[in-house]
Design a protein around this ligand. Structure first.
Ligand code: SF4
Length: 407
């Protein structure tokens, strides 16, 4: 006798699809494009136009776009690259970023670039620029000196002259000569991208359970090799989708992460902090996108290069590689914590990052005086052992939640 077949159970309701899945998949594809295939595709679609790489932190991308160049932000090799040859070009006790950048270049992964700009952030980037010239003498490269004197008549003039020099050099390499109208249009596109990024940050601050920092990071990073208008469209698509999500609210601790403005932590490290109970409501990851704390002013008749220089002087965010004048070190961080409604700070600096680590004691003192709890960790772009970080961040978030301090 055969058993009566059990009637099939009714199927479970289909899992609600995440409306943000599409934009996130596109962002991931762009972020994982180690060999710059998107840049190659862009160049094929724009014959003769230049793709110009730039190291962190800040390079005025609208200037490049106005000359029909594609700006390409370089953040090193992340956790996708085994550093073998890159190690032999630098001393041991420096961060990873220059070594993995050389590794990528020697492997041909950066061949789509017609040139690279090295903004003055630290001695390591300066040395990387020098090494680059030795390795690739026929390719365009330039050190972009940034002013530490913020007087418009001195630092402003110096910076504008630097931008004009780079403009001339790029034209000599085949870029479109700079026209004021094109620069004004590129600045407007950059401001629109910035608006989308700030809208994303604002939503993240209000509802971090709707926009996890690890996702915000991905869609911001996806713009590294995109024209500003395309990046704005991707950011907007993600934002619109995130607003439609069904979400659960978690009782996490709100933290600011600071110190990772140049070499980037692996995405898994950001996720680890989230899993440890931290909502990252503000950070300085990929600081170049948000280096200016307001839109670049626009105005009919203004000299665009002077406008860019003045924006750098007046709107540049406080960070370790920038002279901040008379203000107490750490005051800007305290303001960020207050603005974000954060309950604590996690210092996350790349190992051997002199600018971040030399600043940190002064920032800690400012937080201490303001009664803001903090903890600190170090990473490298290919950090793989995350359990210790998870335990440390978990202990920090528990302590803040229970006692309002890390003590
Ligand atoms: S991570 Fe720090 S030390 Fe390394 S290149 Fe960047 S700013 Fe310089």
């Amino acid at each position: 006798m055969t058993a009566t077949p059990t009637p099939p159970l009714s199927p479970p309701p289909a899992a609600m699809a995440d409306p943000a899945a599409g934009p996130l998949a596109e962002a991931r594809r762009l972020v994982e494009d180690r060999s710059l295939d998107t840049v190659r595709a862009w160049k094929a679609a724009h014959p003769g136009a230049l793709a110009i790489g730039h190291l962190p932190i800040y390079v005025p991308r609208p200037l490049l776009e106005a000359m029909d160049c594609l700006p390409v932000a370089l953040f090193g090799g992340g956790d996708q690259v085994d550093i073998i040859r890159g190690d032999s070009y630098f001393q041991s006790y420096i961060c990873h970023l220059p070594r993995s950048t050389v590794e990528l270049a020697l492997a041909g992964d950066l061949d789509a670039l017609d040139g690279v700009l090295f903004p003055a952030i630290c001695d390591v980037v300066r040395n990387l620029g020098g090494m680059w010239k030795l390795l690739f003498p026929d390719r365009y490269s330039s050190y972009l000196d940034l002013p530490q004197n913020l007087d418009p008549a001195l630092g402003g003039r110096f910076y504008a002259d630097e931008l004009r020099r780079i403009t001339r050099e790029l034209v000599a390499r085949g870029a479109t000569p700079l026209a004021e109208r094109a620069l004004a249009a590129a600045i407007a596109r950059e401001n629109a991208r910035r608006d989308a990024l700030f809208a994303l940050d604002a939503l993240r601050r209000r509802q971090p359970w709707r926009v996890p920092a690890s996702e915000a990071y991905l869609v911001a990073r996806a713009g590294a090799a995109l024209p500003a208008a395309d990046h704005r469209a991707l950011l907007q698509a993600y934002l619109n989708a995130a607003l439609q999500r069904a979400v659960h609210r978690y009782d996490n601790v709100r933290v600011v992460v600071t110190g990772a403005f140049c070499e980037q932590p692996p995405l898994e490290l950001i996720r680890t902090l989230e899993l440890a109970g931290c909502d990252i409501v503000d950070d300085d990851f990929q600081l170049g996108w948000r280096y200016l704390e307001g839109p670049i002013p626009t105005g009919a008749g203004a000299d665009g290069i002077e406008v860019l220089a003045r924006a750098y002087l007046d709107l540049g965010t406080a960070t370790a590689s920038r002279y901040i004048g008379e203000e107490e070190k750490g005051a800007a961080l305290v303001r960020r914590v207050r603005r974000a409604g954060a309950e604590g700070v996690i210092f996350a600096a790349a190992s051997f990052c002199d600018p971040a680590l030399l600043d940190q004691p002064m920032l800690e003192a400012a937080l201490g005086a303001a009664g803001i709890p903090f903890t600190s960790l170090k990473f490298s772009e290919n950090t793989g052992q995350l359990q210790v970080i998870r335990e440390q961040a978990g202990a920090f978030s528990d302590a803040v939640k229970l006692w309002g301090s890390a003590a």
